[in-house]
Structures are given as C-alpha cells and as structure tokens.
Design a protein around this ligand. Structure first.
Ligand SMILES: Nc1ncnc2c1ncn2[C@@H]1O[C@H](COP(=O)(O)OP(=O)(O)OP(=O)(O)O)[C@@H](O)[C@H]1O
Length: 256
C-alpha cells in the first residue's frame, strides 16, 4: 500500500518532488537563496545543516505553508506554484510531521487519526476507523488507539502524528525535526518507524540533527548552509568523503 515507486510522473524525469532554485525572503532577509531539492520516489532524503540554515523554511515552502519568493516546485509533475493548481488538493498528497506532535489533546489517538479522514476524505466512521487502525498498527500504536495524548509518551505521540499523516496516503512525507522534542530514550522508537516506512517505499524528506540516523538510513543527504545547498550526496559520500570543507567542518562540530 505504501509503495510509491510507480507513482511518479514520467514527465518529471523520475522525480517525485522537484524544488528548483527556491528562494524565500522574510522582510529584508533572504533565507533561501536558490535551493535545489529533487527527490525520487521511495527515497529517504535528510536535510542537515546548522541552526538557521533554512531547513524548516525549505520544507514549509515545499507544501506552500510558506510562499516561495521564487523558483519552481513540482510534485509528481504538477506545478505547485501555478495559479491553476488546487493547492489544497495537492497538500493532501504531502504529509507533514512536525516536532511538536500537534495532536488534539481532547481526542484519542484514534480520534486524531480519523479526524482528517472524516473531514477531508469524507469517510464514514467505520471506514475512517479501519484506516486509522491500519496506520496506528504500522507505527506500533494500535494498542493505544483509545489513549489520549496526555496518556502517551512523547515518542508515542509522535508515532500517532506519523500515523495521522500516513492515513491520508500521501505521496511524500516531510518531517521537520521529528525527534527533537523527545527525551533521548524515546528517539529510537520514532527512528524505527521511519526506517520501517522507508523499507515500505515511502518517500520522505527529513530535516534532522540526528546525524547517526541520517548516516545509517538516508539514501541521500543534503547539506544546507546559509540558505544554499553546499553539497548533496549519498550518506556514505557526505559522512565519510565530503568534498567541501564547510561540510567537513559542520560534521566535526556536531560530532563534538
Ligand atoms: N516567519 C519568519 N519570519 C522571519 N524570519 C524567519 C521566519 N521563519 C524563519 N525565519 C528565519 O529564517 C532562517 C532560517 O530558519 P529555519 O527555521 O528555516 O532554519 P533551520 O535550518 O530549520 O533551523 P533549526 O535547525 O534551528 O530548526 C532563520 O534565520 C530564521 O530566523
């Protein structure tokens, strides 16, 4: 069900997401200065870089939570910046997982997952609950379906957040620091879920400071600094054989 390998539109040269020369200005400050991010179906891409380098802004531009100041943005060959594109419809194809979980406190895990299914996808209660259980199962949370967020650990809440994104059957999931709000002992359970989604073929872009995880799981790593891509390559290339001194410096700093 999660395999997305066959969904990319061939007109996009096999890329599911193409963000080309993306620029974003806040006031006088240019935060993204022409960033390229191209993602193939089934790829797990990590965005790494110093705090303030523009990782979150880039993710937010990719589903137009922020309006890019310039550039080209395509999902499965569809121009996301065209006036004629129904952005709300396209956003349903892009799941977003944030660091703060953003679960509704008055709804159970099940309620949080079924809400969008019922409101957005107009599913019946029974259909929505069946879909929710399936996705809670995928993140190891089926047994906690009736728990409220306050009864769940941070890692469990984050897994419910991931199930909520998955339930809408997105083509692509963007994750912004999915583990940074978690106590260290809870991080691994979320990383395991991400790995299992990767193994099922889900396409994901993750902004993260989890370098060890990026190293072990990423298909590709993009190093962003000061609003520009300094270097992009396989995890092996970036972590053991970076071409740019800036990349090597950054990795030395985060390892200490
Ligand atoms: N809404 C906004 N208004 C003004 N400036 C903003 C806004 N959002 C982000 N910025 C600025 O854009 C720059 C990039 O921020 P961004 O959150 O994208 O960085 P980041 O790489 O994700 O950082 P971190 O690793 O700390 O999450 C920062 O200097 C930030 O202050």
């Amino acid at each position: 069900m999660l395999s997305r390998h066959s969904t990319a539109n061939d007109t996009s040269q096999g890329f599911l997401l193409e963000a080309l020369q993306i620029r974003k200005t806040f006031g006088q400050t240019e935060v993204l200065k022409g960033v390229d991010l191209q993602v193939r179906p089934g790829e797990l891409v990590f965005l790494i870089g110093p705090s303030g380098s523009g990782k979150s802004t880039l993710l937010r531009c990719c589903n137009r939570l922020e309006e890019p100041t310039g550039g080209t943005l395509r999902l499965d060959g569809v121009d996301l910046l065209a006036n004629t594109t129904d952005i709300n419809q396209m956003r349903r194809k892009i799941g977003m997982v944030f660091q703060g979980f953003n679960l509704y406190p008055h709804l159970t895990a099940m309620g949080n997952v079924t809400l969008a299914l019922r409101k957005v996808m107009k599913m019946t209660k029974a259909e929505a609950e069946a879909r929710a259980m399936e996705n809670l199962g995928l993140v190891g949370m089926a047994e906690k379906a009736n728990s409220f967020p306050s009864q769940l650990s941070g890692g469990q809440q984050q897994r419910v957040g991931i199930a909520r994104s998955l339930a809408l059957e997105p083509m692509l999931i963007l994750m912004d620091e999915p583990t940074s709000a978690l106590d260290p002992e809870l991080v691994d359970s979320v990383l395991e879920v991400i790995k299992s989604l990767r193994n099922r073929g889900m396409t994901m872009v993750i902004a993260s400071h989890e370098m060890n995880f990026a190293r072990s799981a990423a298909d590709r790593v993009v190093f962003l600094e000061n609003g520009l891509v300094v270097e992009s390559g396989t995890a092996e290339q970036i972590f053991t054989n970076a071409r740019h001194e800036r990349t090597r410096q950054f990795l030395r700093q985060v390892r200490h």
